[in-house]
Design a binder for this molecule. Structure first.
Ligand SMILES: [Mg+2]
Length: 334
């Protein structure tokens, strides 16, 4: 089987209601969808974050076997954001060619049902943001989510007031994570983090920028809470020091950013060797969600236990028709 054609679609969905994380407002959601066709009549679909160059497609994909994922990966590693979408599409072709789900090609699923956490609770332009966050959080608990994640990083006053309010709204039994999207420096991250410890956080995500490995170590030693991060990192080298230096308790590679299945399984192996938990990041369209489910199903409990720490799928609850209306059968959470 040979690759005959590669098309990319740069999709953009303008939001009805903009929202913000600590770094800025989001007015639209995007996805770079890749379609790879073969001479066997099989088409694969992937989702990345950048568009591959025409010269790279011509040189490294056209005429090649879609099964040679390692070779193609190494040839195209200069643009991992584009390669991520290509790699996901190649695995889709392999699965279709062998009539097997990708999780099986990856070595088999440890779980066919994955508990999901509601990822939302962004800042919005509301007259009473605290009440709005409480209502949103309560809705997630009523819908059956065992865990929720909220955006912080907007300053101590906002973070403490709203984390306290959301904890009250969700009760004591719901797992509660917070995400600062790299909005703090080390000192502020520790200072605010210490004030949030009263609210029993399951993890504290991206307190600072991902390349400050020493900073992550400082925060991790200063705070009695799991530290998570890594969603923006591309390629195994970007993850290496954070994992080896034990800067994280939870690493969150994103399939569509970090390099697709081919690379993310290597990152997961490196995390496992360093006893760091892998909880994939998922904030994108339908294809990324489907791919993430396949990969996450193949991650074993670590450690294996009678009552293991749950693997939680990041279920993006924000408005995005690239996730809810792009596929003919959108994935829903039950
Ligand atoms: Mg995040």
């Amino acid at each position: 089987m040979k690759i005959t054609d590669v098309k990319t679609y740069n999709l953009r969905y303008p939001l009805v209601e903009p929202f913000a994380n600590s770094r800025g407002w989001t007015n639209a959601r995007t996805a770079v969808v890749v379609e790879i066709r073969t001479d066997a009549g099989i088409t694969g679909w992937g989702e990345g974050v950048s568009v591959p160059s025409a010269s790279a497609v011509e040189a490294h994909l056209i005429g090649q076997s879609p099964f040679e994922t390692e070779r193609i990966w190494e040839a195209m590693r200069g643009d991992i954001g584009a390669l991520s979408g290509i790699d996901i599409a190649l695995w889709d072709i392999m699965g279709k060619a062998l009539d097997m789900p990708i999780y099986q090609l990856l070595g088999g699923a440890f779980q066919l049902k994955i508990p999901a956490y509601a990822s939302g609770l962004f800042k919005k332009d509301k007259p009473d943001i605290t009440q709005a966050l409480m209502d949103e959080a309560k809705g997630y608990v009523e819908a059956g989510f065992p865990a929720v994640k909220m955006k912080i990083g907007f300053g101590e006053a906002y973070d403490v007031e709203n984390v306290a309010a959301v904890r009250r709204a969700i009760g004591d039994d719901t797992l509660f994570a917070v995400d600062a999207n790299c909005g703090y420096d080390v000192g502020t991250a520790i200072d605010v983090g210490q004030k949030l410890l009263d609210y029993d956080l399951f993890w504290y995500e991206e307190p600072i920028t991902s390349d400050d490995v020493a900073g992550y170590r400082e925060i991790r030693h200063a705070l009695k809470v799991r530290i998570a991060g890594g969603e923006m990192l591309k390629g195994r080298w970007a993850f290496r020091d954070l994992l080896q230096e034990r800067g994280l308790d939870i690493v969150q590679p994103d399939l569509s950013i970090a390099g697709g299945f081919t690379e993310c399984r290597k990152i997961a192996a490196m995390a496992s060797a360093n006893y760091v938990r892998v909880l994939p990041h998922m904030w994108g369209g339908s294809i990324r969600l489907a791919a993430t489910l396949h990969w996450q199903a193949t991650l074993p409990d670590a450690p294996q236990a009678l009552n293991p720490i749950p693997s939680l799928l990041e279920f993006d609850m924000t408005e995005n028709r690239l996730r809810t209306a792009l596929a003919q059968q959108p994935i829903k959470c039950r």
